[in-house]
Design a protein around this ligand. Structure first.
Ligand code: JCK
Length: 221
């Protein structure tokens, strides 16, 4: 999978060299491109934003600059993801869908966002375009949201996660998201003991206990 990020703050994506995603890059399971939007600015001031038509506070990102950044990298295999607080909510189902794509382009805006004609244009040209939000709170830009999405998407690509058993467990409950409390050594820490069922070696009883503890079930009771 190829992942491209377009941003005025390329440094936000340095952490993609770490941990599982860094290793997946070394193994060529994923390829990452980070593009500085400002390199596509046309005027002497390298300006990427301008005042909004219709008035109002803040600035809007200029469509020409985005067009120049996107044209060289977008293809019919691309999924153009425009981060915006008004987008469709990102969830595990969307992560699974996107993990099957060949090419994701994350358009990371700042200020009050990107001139809507960028979305209109690429959609009109027949490219796959979606507006996505990671949750109901307001961020200062799309970069952190794109990082959240990549972490959720990349771990679903075969070979990225060391132990694929954990993925199988998750896929059995896309909806319910069975989460249960976890424990490791020592058996007693600061007077708190690990539930004895987990030391029993009885796999059926352990599975039943974990199902009972699962957050979705507890909420229903
Ligand atoms: C991308 C710029 C900042 C801040 C609202 C009201 C006109 C628009 C996001 N879950 C999420 N929250 N926020 C974002 C996100 C925020 C962004 C950008 C994503 C680009 N900003 C911003 C406020 C507004 N204004 C009237 C706009 C943009 C995700 N994903």
């Amino acid at each position: 999978m190829k992942l491209d990020f377009i941003t005025i703050f390329p440094e936000f994506f340095e952490p993609l060299r770490l941990s599982l995603i860094g290793k997946a890059r070394d193994k060529s399971l994923i390829e990452i491109g980070v593009h500085d939007l400002r390199e596509h600015a046309t005027n002497v001031h390298k300006q990427v934003d301008d005042t909004p038509y219709g008035g109002g506070a803040g600035m809007v990102m200029m469509p020409e600059v985005w067009g120049k950044a996107l044209d060289p990298i977008i293809t019919k295999d691309s999924e153009l993801i425009i981060l915006t607080p008004a987008g469709k909510r990102f969830d595990q189902r969307m992560a699974e869908e996107l993990s099957n794509s060949k090419h994701l382009i994350f358009a990371c805006g700042r200020y009050e966002g990107i001139d809507d004609r960028v979305r209109q244009y690429y959609k009109g040209e027949g490219f796959r375009v979606r507006e996505v939000s990671i949750g109901d709170y307001v961020l200062n830009g799309g970069e952190v949201a794109a990082m959240v999405m990549v972490e959720a998407i990349a771990r679903l690509i075969p070979g990225v996660i060391g132990n694929p058993d954990s993925l199988t467990d998750e896929s059995h409950n896309v909806e319910g998201f069975l989460e249960y409390p976890t424990f490791t050594k020592p058996q007693i820490w600061r007077g708190l003991a690990v539930p004895s069922v987990l030391l029993s070696g009885n796999h059926k009883e352990i599975a039943d206990w974990r199902n009972n503890q699962a957050s979705k079930l507890s909420q229903c009771e």
